[in-house]
Design a protein around this ligand. Structure first.
Ligand code: ZN
Length: 342
């Protein structure tokens, strides 16, 4: 039997901060004491280190890194037409975020932990090879996928349940059959990508799946997609490693979007993912933080996921229930089943 421990790290990046911006250091303000998390017995605390440049170069070209470094040095400022800021500390923060993910990955790869959670910022899933956007500077999970592959885990499944489509991760892997990217997200919001009909390009055909959800979809919608489509797709693919882009901005309390997941729903989702990883790849499961902009909800949801990973019962939370009844997604499910040949 291998380790039952859950590797966990936090990269706060306190100086990658813009007052009043939703993605600032206040997001992690409740994570000061690891021992306060609802589960602690099985947590292996990992000290983050900056990522080595060689790992990041597996995804981002040197010219991009140089441009990002210069933009940060000249900061504070913005690196896209939207709302992606940098400060003089952002380049180092971005390397530390990737590094935190890689250290947790390493603990899984060498057997110190069976699964892991990297609570890092800035987030990553909107960044393409050469373009920062959507509050993201380096694509943390994409780098982790390449590093895991370099360690012999050739097929990586990335499941992204952030409320926004991970356009960067899709772009990076859409022609690559060795990484299957699956995203659930709210349709019609930033970044406006991630269509149901997209299933990959060229050799990557069949290793991309998008589930754009209508506003007010919630736990029931997510569970039915996992049950009827994502689980069969995962079994068909037979991954060697499952990585999760974990954004909690699909929670009903989140200020940036209008899906209605609950804290308990995320707990159940983490249970489903744990079961999948146990059945398919000896439990290898890495959660990487993406969005989630209500600090209280973020804290509760991370705690819930950790409890699920450790096999503990769910923590008590008093946030109550979503305000609206759920939108039906039967039509979407029928279309998706047909598109993916299930
Ligand atoms: Zn998001």
């Amino acid at each position: 039997m291998g380790s039952k421990k859950i590797a966990f790290t936090t990269v706060h990046s306190p100086d990658h901060h813009l007052e009043g911006h939703p993605e600032n250091a206040n997001r992690f303000k409740h994570f000061r004491h690891l021992e306060d998390l609802p589960t602690s017995a099985e947590i292996l605390e990992i000290t983050p280190q900056p990522a080595d440049e060689g790992s990041i170069l597996k995804i981002h070209p040197a010219q991009y890194l140089e441009a990002l470094k210069q933009a940060a040095q000249m900061g504070p400022g913005f690196v896209d037409y939207g709302d992606t800021y940098v400060t003089p500390a952002s380049y180092e923060a971005a390397f530390m975020a990737v590094g935190g993910v890689l250290e947790v990955l390493d603990a899984i790869l060498d057997g110190r932990a069976v699964a892991g959670y990297a609570l890092v910022r800035p987030p990553g899933h909107h960044t393409t090879h050469t373009k920062a956007m959507g509050f993201c500077l380096l694509n943390n999970i994409a780098v982790a996928a390449r590093v895991a592959q370099a360690h012999g885990h050739s097929k990586i499944l990335i499941i992204d349940f952030d409320v926004h489509h991970g356009n960067g991760t899709q772009k990076i892997f859409e022609e690559d059959p060795t990484v299957f990217y699956i995203s659930t997200h709210q349709s019609g919001i930033f970044p406006g990508t991630g269509y149901l009909q997209e299933t990959g390009i060229g050799e990557g055909k069949g290793t991309l799946a998008n589930f754009p959800l209508p506003a007010r979809a919630g736990d029931k919608a997510l569970f039915s997609i996992f049950d009827r489509i994502i689980t069969p797709l995962s079994y068909r693919y037979q991954p060697d490693f499952i990585m999760v882009s974990a954004g909690f901005d699909a929670h009903w309390t989140d200020p940036l979007a209008s899906l209605q997941l609950t804290t308990y729903g995320y707990y159940q989702l983490a249970q489903i993912l744990t079961t999948l990883a146990n059945s398919l790849c000896e439990g290898r499961l890495l959660f990487v933080q993406e969005g989630g902009y209500d600090p209280n909800t973020l804290y509760d949801c991370v705690g819930s996921v950790l409890c699920a990973l450790a096999g503990d019962s769910p923590p008590i939370n008093d946030q109550g229930s979503p305000p609206y009844s759920e939108t039906s997604i039967e039509h979407l499910l029928d279309q998706a089943l047909s598109i993916h040949g299930i």
